[in-house]
Design a binder for this molecule. Structure first.
Ligand code: SF4
Length: 211
């Protein structure tokens, strides 16, 4: 795909999605971190339902740590992989208290050192909470980028590197949420909604679903 098309795609997505941000509910950087850890292989809706009960009771590293693994599980047991997520979150809270004064660090290496926090989670927190131009690639973005040929790659890291290369600086803050929301609601996995897609004339997917 040429750069002219890419920029046009970004402009159209920006016009179609005026508030490109996360659908996870959060009121602090710490709440966002916990919500993103919980969202791995789970829907934002499911996470929001659980955190709506958890956060009014505990929304600081100390308060969640004090719940303990079993206490935390009670709030998140509707979410996939909740056993390991509960363990990781308690360890993360301990580490935030011991090493970061109870604050979420604005630093990739420090974030990735937290249990349950991988590259994608660190990218989301740096981008969404701290306004860094980092581009997290999840399953939706991976699919959209390869399908459209906007930024092709064999794995999420390759797509992330390609996006960093081809996305102009002025779009870097928003591109993650623009592509994720486009993938979640229009360029969906099974039957992409090409008939109502605002970039269908620019997309290079050969098997468009136009009924
Ligand atoms: S035209 Fe279809 S395949 Fe291409 S981006 Fe739109 S929904 Fe996805």
């Amino acid at each position: 795909m040429n750069q002219h098309k890419r920029i046009e795609i970004l402009k159209r997505l920006q016009a179609a999605i005026p508030e490109p941000t996360t659908e996870l509910q959060y009121a602090s950087v710490f709440e966002l971190l916990i919500a993103v850890i919980l969202s791995a292989q789970a829907t934002d809706k499911g996470v929001n339902k659980a955190t709506a009960k958890l956060f009014p009771i505990a929304n600081t590293p100390q308060a969640i740590y004090d719940l303990g693994v079993d206490g935390l599980k009670e709030y998140i047991k509707t979410i996939g992989l909740y056993n390991s997520k509960a363990e990781n979150i308690i360890k993360t809270c301990r580490m935030l208290l011991d090493k970061h004064n109870g604050e979420v660090p604005e630093d990739r290496a420090a974030l990735e050192a937290l249990p349950g926090v991988g590259r994608k989670t660190a990218n989301v927190v740096l981008n969404t909470a701290f306004g860094h131009p980092t581009i997290a690639v999840d399953t939706h973005i991976f699919r959209v980028c390869n399908r459209t040929k906007f930024a092709e790659g064999k794995n999420v890291l390759e797509v992330e590197k390609k996006l960093n290369k081809v996305v102009p600086d002025e779009f870097k803050i928003d591109v993650h949420h623009l592509l994720i929301l486009h993938g979640r609601y229009t360029c969906i996995a099974r039957k992409p909604r090409c008939g109502s897609c605002v970039i269908s004339d620019l997309c290079e997917f050969p098997d468009k679903n136009i009924d």
